[in-house]
Design a protein around this ligand. Structure first.
Ligand code: SAM
Length: 286
């Protein structure tokens, strides 16, 4: 059977017309039409015959097709069940299983245990941009048996995820990502390689998920409360942000910052994840 070049705009339009498919803006449906981008995503994720892939949102199946050719097994999760008929034509792969569900509601541990036992599990996706952060946090916070995440997201969001301390992109989400993974931008992707064309450019981000968080803290919840409080009011000093955002007294916070040798007048956005962890471990003793 001849394989369809789904990334070709002409082929894509034929399929869309044949099945009367209408793009849903609300579901973030922007389909890729560039083979290089697809290859780059698969290369960055290092997909091979020992990999079990979870793909979020296969759409017509353009990226799925390449994943099926490289990986041992692919589980593709698509919320839009109106694509079922399309998939029968576009994705005739024996190593593929399609699941028509909302990724955010999925029991990932169960899926990995039941369907991807013995394989190195990687998540790959051209993400629906309206739920980028909840998806990333679900994967990272869940501590599932997942080694790598390779996703295409909005360029501005990608820059926030991999930002360095002291830059304007650095924020609470950057620190959450740094806590669980080491992340890098693998490629910047122009908005011209999608149908329909989104307003903004995109980037492929690769996260190598750490076996253990990068810092060790006695109370993870407190660490994230400190981070949230530090970024809550960007113009306040660290001492003021923490004392208004946490249930510790100003004196307790001052003492903790002193034992960590952190300048009270510094702003939260200058601190590294190691410094935040240090503060958390000192405050917990109060
Ligand atoms: N992978 C395809 C491609 O690159 O051409 C489509 C990518 S498109 C940006 C995002 C896809 O995610 C759409 O097919 C959309 O229906 C699907 N989607 C949106 N929300 C979802 C959710 N909560 N769970 C699973 N899939 C979802």
């Amino acid at each position: 059977m001849e394989e369809k070049k789904l990334y070709s705009p002409k082929v894509m339009k034929e399929i869309l017309e044949k099945y009367g498919f209408k793009f849903s803006k609300g579901l973030g449906q922007n389909f890729i039409i560039d083979k290089n981008v697809i290859d780059n995503i698969c290369d960055s994720a290092q997909i091979d015959d020992k990999t079990g892939v979870i793909e979020i949102g296969p759409g017509l199946g353009t990226l799925t097709q390449s994943l099926c050719k490289r990986a041992k097994k692919v589980i593709a999760i698509e919320i839009d069940s109106s694509l079922k008929e399309v998939h029968k034509e576009t994705l005739p792969y024996k190593n593929l299983e399609l699941v028509y569900e909302d990724f955010l509601k999925l029991d990932l541990d169960k899926l990995i245990d039941e369907k991807l036992a013995g394989l190195e599990v990687k998540v790959v996706a051209n993400l629906p941009y309206y739920i980028t952060t909840p998806i990333i946090m679900k994967i990272l916070e869940g501590r599932h048996r997942i080694s790598t995440i390779a996703i295409m997201i909005q360029k501005e969001v990608a820059q926030r995820l991999v930002a360095d301390p002291g830059t304007k992109e650095y924020g609470a989400i950057t620190l959450a990502v740094k806590y669980y993974s080491s992340a890098r931008i693998a490629m910047i992707v122009p908005n011209t390689v999608f149908i329909p064309k989104p307003k903004v450019d995109s980037a492929v981000v690769v996260f190598n998920v750490l076996e253990r968080p990068v810092v060790s803290v006695e109370n993870e919840k407190l660490l994230f409360e400190i981070i949230k409080a530090s970024f809550g009011k960007r113009r306040k000093t660290l001492l003021n942000s923490l004392s208004s955002g946490l249930s510790y007294s100003k004196d307790e916070i001052r003492e903790a910052l002193e034992s960590c040798k952190i300048d009270m007048s510094i702003r939260g956005e200058k601190l590294s994840i190691e410094q935040f962890a240090h503060i958390a471990n000192n405050l917990i003793k109060k």
